[in-house]
Design a binder for this molecule. Structure first.
Ligand code: S3P
Length: 445
């Protein structure tokens, strides 16, 4: 898990970024690969798994509940599953580290098994709301005792058989949707999730790929209605995980911002429920070309050719937010260098991520000289029109990998160094960040 010793780093104005790189595997798909393989009957393999701390926390938890999970010397992971309904009682608390996805999805799995599990996490995760999964899982019969405010540490006592529910999501959250669907896997009958605003659909795609009986319909209000038949038997799969678009976002924006840059990022997932940032940056004038589009492991993938471009401020349509929910911190950095004003709204969910991303980005950007106004549900940013930011200030990452990486990129286009107080959280999702950025020409010390 994350080392407790902070690791500060300084990011410095850099010359053109050039080269071809590959970002690590998609975090959302990596978590689900391990969970679903662990519930299949037989041997699955996973290539391209993200070997970041969040995913390793999921692997450790699935092992603690009976699955055999081994990494081969060739980097291929092999999983022997226990079958739906076959999870064993873990003998110790499950340490989820920094990972909200591990916590919420695994709570769903435990909720419909005849086992009890305690979930713990780091300071960031222990401050995040779990009521959003406690509520539906409670309706299914699970008995959940949490710390005050629906926080970690908490204990889930599963109910078996659980009760199938029809649940309308009160917020746009793929984690909540997935927690209910995963609980539904071991629940008799049909469990249904109604999703008024579409979020990433990896759970639906992968459950179908593993042989679950899952349907998606659109109701008369345009909401997605996802139904899963429980007591499923999942068939083992050979999975190839595409590159994470949320990690690709950092070299992508860096290449747009640093004059003279020309970068290709290979093998990036472009699932429409994840690709909002590309669309927004293109609308701002970003020169991003998708080449070699193909399908890898049931997900659309492309190589992204990105060249430095002057960007224009934009009003970001709140409807696109779910398809780029993790990319707003780095979009704010792009906006800080754009020509004119960028307005973002409808981003309340950003306040309950690994940190309060609206507040932290507003504070950090102001500290390094950007013109930013903080609203309750977004930021308004007046860009420099391509001039470097002043920089020259320390910024706090507060255990949030995407805040750390966003300010690292800001440092590459600042007149004076940007000092990020702690880069250790980057290991949760993108352990190779510093070496990859250095290989493109970024100055880091
Ligand atoms: C994720 C869903 C999103 C996202 C997170 C990963 C997932 O969270 O922010 O990084 O894998 O399902 P929410 O469900 O809270 O929006």
């Amino acid at each position: 898990m994350i080392s407790t010793t902070p690791s500060p780093a300084a990011f410095t104005a850099s010359g053109p970024l050039t080269g071809r790189v590959r970002v690590p595997g998609d975090k959302s798909i990596s978590h689900r690969s391990l969970m679903l393989s662990a519930l299949a009957v037989g041997r699955s393999t996973v290539r391209g798994l993200l070997e970041g701390e969040d995913v390793l926390a999921t692997a450790a938890a699935m092992r603690a509940m009976g699955a055999t999970i081994v990494r081969g010397d060739d980097g291929v992971w092999t999983i022997h599953g226990v079958g739906v309904g076959g999870l064993l009682q873990p003998q110790a608390a499950l340490d989820m580290g920094n990972s909200g996805t591990s916590t919420r999805l695994l709570m769903g799995l435990v909720a419909s098994h005849p086992i009890t599990a305690t979930f713990t996490g780091d300071a960031s995760l222990s401050g995040r709301p779990m009521g959003r999964v406690i509520d539906p899982l409670g309706l299914m019969g699970a008995d959940i005792t949490s710390s005050p405010g629906g926080r970690l540490p908490l204990m889930v006592r599963g109910m078996c058989p659980a009760v199938p529910i029809e649940y309308r999501l009160p917020m746009a959250s793929a984690q909540v949707k997935s927690a209910v669907l995963l609980a539904g896997l071991n629940t008799p009958g049909i469990t249904r999730v109604i999703e008024p605003i579409a979020t990433r659909d990896h759970s639906e795609r992968m459950l179908t790929g593993f042989g679950a009986d899952l349907t998606v319909e659109i109701d008369s209000d345009g909401a997605r209605v996802i139904s899963i038949r429980g007591e499923a038997e999942l068939k083992p799969q050979d999975i190839v995980v595409p590159g994470d678009p949320s990690s690709a976002a950092f070299p992508m924006v860096a290449a747009l911002l640093v004059p003279g840059s020309d970068v290709v990022i290979e093998n990036v997932g472009i699932n429409p429920t994840r690709a909002g940032l590309i669309e927004v940056l293109q609308a701002m004038g970003g020169d991003i070309t998708l080449i070699n589009e193909r399908v890898v492991g049931g997900e659309p993938v492309a190589d992204l050719h990105v060249r430095h471009s002057p960007l224009n401020g934009i009003e970001v349509d709140p409807a696109i937010a779910p398809s780029m929910i993790d990319e707003f911190p780095i979009l704010f950095v792009a906006a800080a260098l754009a020509n004119g004003r960028t307005v973002t709204r409808g981003l309340e969910e950003l306040r309950v991520k690994e940190s309060d991303r609206i507040a932290l980005m507003a504070q950090g950007l102001a500290a390094i000289g950007a013109r930013v106004i903080e609203a309750e549900d977004g930021l308004i940013i007046d860009g420099t029109g391509g001039e470097p930011l002043p920089g020259g200030a320390p910024v706090a990452a507060k255990l949030d990998h995407r805040i750390a990486m966003s300010f690292a990129v800001a440092g590459l286009v600042s007149a004076a160094n940007v000092m990020v107080d702690d880069m250790t959280p980057v290991a949760t999702s993108f352990p190779q960040f510093a070496s990859l950025m250095t290989s493109l020409g970024a100055q880091i010390s």
